[in-house]
Design a binder for this molecule. Structure first.
Ligand code: 2NL
Length: 378
């Protein structure tokens, strides 16, 4: 039966072909098996990693060994086998690198550090409410051409009192009682940042347009509403022909930027030894809009700063000719507006470093910034 014989031949032929193919592909299968085995290795210390290297990548290692098989592969299969071999080599090398990196960390971990762990998230804080208020004031005056100056908190009597038309025994000194330094009766903790403006004026460079933020001190009983230290920003502008109208316009611009376009202002005559004339400036209450609430004590107005034209005696004390130059000055506290703005009921909280308060402030400042469309730092 020629047909049956030829079928048998064909099947024999097929078998032979399968066999040959199996023989040819044996190294490929072998490689797959070795790959699986190598891939499953999990070395935890450098000794096992080195053992892995020797076994697979060493001069008498498996990779080299299989490479040697290349000469037995028929020519028409060399290309295919070469590719498989290269992939295998790369696989083992990558695995080795992986193990090496892992065992490095294991070593670190035995010394108490695991560099593969994700880092601790940096807790996101917020600027202190006093700093935020200060920065806002600075940025508004910056746009009007004012620079910022800072001065010493421990000051001598001249720069804090006498130069400001407050000679010894002046009754207004009573209201600014402060702390004195034992070693030198002339030294004290400054009661306002005017000391810094006096120092700027003494430099003799005119015109001057400067604001001076900083911490100041008073001999006061500490309570929820007053403290023996707090923060202030003062400013002066000295040039030829500076008038009270300049002062009013500047401060008007300032409050509009600070408290919004709808705010109303009023000036009330006042007295400060260092300015003449002097005034206090109120704004329509930014809590109730002027209708009357507890904050403005039902008056509709909130006092925010004191100001006036610099007294000629003060100019003279700093060797500035009052017949040629004139200037205005103003000063405001930072704590009180911050208390109102962030709805805080105790001034002591600002300086107690109580993390619960500071964390609470993060939320109030954020929501306030969102409402006012401000960016961080403003
Ligand atoms: C207030 C009032 C004020 C000044 C501060 C000043 C500074 C110099 C010369 C003249 Cl160098 N005046 N500063 C003027 C008027 C008022 O502050 O209630 N501060 C919280």
């Amino acid at each position: 039966m020629p047909g049956a014989a030829s079928r048998q031949d064909a099947s024999e032929h097929r078998r032979t072909y399968e066999d040959i193919r199996q023989i040819e592909m044996r190294p490929v299968q072998q490689i797959e098996d070795i790959k699986k085995e190598a891939g499953a290795v999990s070395a935890t210390d450098s000794k096992s990693v080195e053992e892995f290297r020797i076994k697979y990548l060493g001069t008498k290692g498996i990779v080299k060994n299989i490479m040697g098989e290349m000469k037995n592969v028929p020519n028409d299969k060399k290309k295919e086998f070469g590719q498989v071999l290269n992939e295998f080599k790369l696989f083992v090398e990558n695995k080795y690198d992986e193990l090496k990196a892992g065992s490095g960390n294991e070593q670190q971990s035995s010394s108490g550090m695991d560099l593969t762990l994700p880092g601790d998230p940096m807790p996101l804080g917020s600027r202190h409410p006093i700093t935020l208020m200060k920065n806002r004031v600075i940025s508004i005056f910056h746009r009007l051409g004012f620079s910022v100056a800072e001065g010493p908190e421990i000051e001598d009597d001249w720069h804090n009192f006498t130069a400001l038309n407050l000679p010894p025994h002046h009754p207004a000194r009573d209201m600014q009682d402060t702390f004195y330094v034992h070693q030198n009766p002339d030294w004290l903790l400054r009661t306002h940042t005017s000391n810094t403006q006096i120092r700027e004026m003494e430099k003799g460079k005119l015109p001057i347009r400067v604001i001076c933020p900083g911490r100041v001190y008073r001999n006061e009983t500490v309570s929820a509403r007053s403290h023996c230290f707090f923060h202030q920003i003062e400013g002066i502008y000295i040039d030829e022909n500076v008038s009270f109208a300049d002062l009013k316009q500047t401060l008007y611009f300032f409050v509009k930027e600070m408290y919004g376009k709808d705010v109303k202002v009023r000036f009330r005559p006042s007295y400060f030894p260092f300015t003449e004339p002097s005034a206090e400036m109120d704004i329509s209450c930014f809590i109730c809009g002027g209708v009357g609430c507890n904050i403005c004590k039902k008056t509709g107005w909130v006092e925010i700063l004191g100001c006036g034209m610099i007294h000629p005696n003060v100019l003279q004390n700093c060797h500035i000719d009052p017949n040629k130059y004139s200037g205005y000055a103003f000063g405001m506290g930072i704590e009180r507006p911050a208390l109102l703005k962030y709805d805080i009921n105790d001034i002591r909280l600002f300086s107690e470093n109580d993390l619960r308060f500071l964390k609470l402030m993060v939320h109030r400042v954020r929501s306030f910034m969102q409402v006012c469309k401000l960016s961080p730092g403003e």
